[in-house]
Design a protein around this ligand. Structure first.
Ligand SMILES: O=C(O)CCC(=O)C(=O)O
Ligand SMILES: [Fe+2]
Length: 305
């Protein structure tokens, strides 16, 4: 089971145990769930509702005539019996500060704006905990993600994985590691499907009502010089249930330079630096083409840019 951590304990007598649990979650798993995170349940309930309503009102009908449907039909017509590695059975849109948001339902914008503000604060809190656990100056990761004069990117991806008639032939989302920094996932209470890879085994990320799942991306792996490895994960689909998931990504600015951090107390000659230094925008160029492939060649490719 993925670790479930009561983050409210960070403010009391169990602070050091809680820091240690988070360190372990980052180092051994790359995935863990937060409970008692302080985001009002009432807000989370509204978020579930507006996202599900938005899917019903604006997206469900279009999904019936979308690429995944056509590709699956092709595969079935061709008589393919192996799982396709070319398609994801999902409906997705991304919200960030400067793009167009859905207009339905009418409470969507206000609710998601409020939600994003809360999640962004939680992401920054997690980054400060990682600073502390990694022996870095407070604010190090946020500063690294901001770069010289940029701002970190904060995006929220709203996904639905509708029921699939042939779940053995497609993934909801193919296996990958995330490109960016800290990912905060609010997943469906009822419909599972998310799995992460640990020690060569796929493990379910068990739904825990109103918990926030945290996972770390490739840039935290680089900054931590491999201590906090980004974990592979994937989403499976089934013939029943429409899984909703809302993933918020706290990523570097495209102009930020990312490199392994020098820990306080590190003697430069004693540290084996395992990752290159690169501009995050260049990494994203490589990632877009290689998302579902191993990450090591991405680091090599960006080093050569
Ligand atoms: O939908 C999910 O639960 C996971 C989404 C995900 O892994 C991603 O967007 O990178
Ligand atoms: Fe992901």
């Amino acid at each position: 089971m993925i670790p479930v951590i009561d983050i409210s304990k960070l403010d009391g007598e169990e602070r050091s145990e809680t820091l240690a649990k988070i360190h372990n979650g980052c180092q051994e798993w790359g995935f863990f769930q937060l409970v008692n995170h302080g985001i009002p349940v009432e807000l989370l309930e509204r978020v579930k509702k507006v996202c599900s309503d938005c899917f019903k009102l604006e997206r469900e009908e279009k999904f019936k005539d979308s690429e995944p449907i056509h590709l699956l039909n092709e595969i079935v017509d061709q008589g393919q019996d192996k799982k396709s590695e070319n398609l994801d059975w999902e409906d997705v849109f991304v919200l960030h500060d400067d793009n167009q948001w859905p207009s339905q339902p009418s409470e969507f914008k206000e609710t998601m704006k409020e939600y994003r503000a809360e999640l962004k604060k939680l992401a920054e809190k997690m980054m400060e905990i990682m600073d502390e656990n990694l022996g870095l100056e407070k604010g190090y990761i946020k500063k690294a993600f901001s770069g010289e004069n940029g701002v970190p990117f904060f995006g929220t991806k709203v996904s639905h994985y509708p029921p699939c008639p042939r779940p053995e032939l497609v993934n909801g989302l193919r296996a990958h590691t995330d490109a960016g920094g800290v990912i905060l996932l609010f997943q469906d209470d009822q419909v599972g499907g998310l799995q992460m890879l640990k020690d060569g085994q796929w493990i379910d990320v068990q739904p825990v009502t109103n918990a926030i799942v945290i996972n770390t991306g490739d840039q935290i792996e680089v900054i931590s010089n491999g201590k906090y490895k980004s974990a592979w994960h994937r989403v499976l689909v089934s013939t029943e249930g429409n899984r909703r998931s809302i993933a918020s990504f706290y990523n570097p600015s495209l102009t930020a330079t990312i490199a392994p951090a020098k820990q306080t107390g590190d003697d430069e000659s004693s540290v084996n630096v395992a990752y290159p230094e690169f501009v995050f925008g260049n990494y994203m160029e490589v990632y877009t083409k290689q998302k579902f492939m191993p990450k090591e060649p991405r680091f090599q490719a960006v080093q050569a840019m």
